[in-house]
Design a protein around this ligand. Structure first.
Ligand SMILES: [Zn+2]
Ligand SMILES: [Zn+2]
Length: 80
């Protein structure tokens, strides 16, 4: 048994609708991917946080293709 994010592992999709225009939003990937682009030090801290405290959630960035509104959603990791 392993705790994994269903989105990162392609198990299934979780859909959210844009709160501004109600268009179906697109999963842009886990937030840590974006942090990695900016600061490896910050990523280190986030990784520790993920290991210690928030291990049961994977934060994904969703973006609306219609109005470009972005939102963060915590995806529950599942035991597989
Ligand atoms: Zn994920
Ligand atoms: Zn929108």
């Amino acid at each position: 048994m392993k705790l994994v994010c269903p989105l990162c592992n392609g198990l299934y999709k979780v859909d959210y609708n844009c709160i501004k225009c109600n268009e179906a939003m697109i999963d842009k990937g886990p937030e840590v991917n974006y942090l990695d682009n900016y600061s490896p030090y910050l990523l280190d801290e986030v990784t520790h946080l993920v290991d210690g405290v928030k291990n049961d959630k994977c934060v994904h960035i969703y973006q609306c293709p219609n109005c470009n509104y972005k939102e963060r959603y915590s995806i529950e990791r599942k035991n597989i």
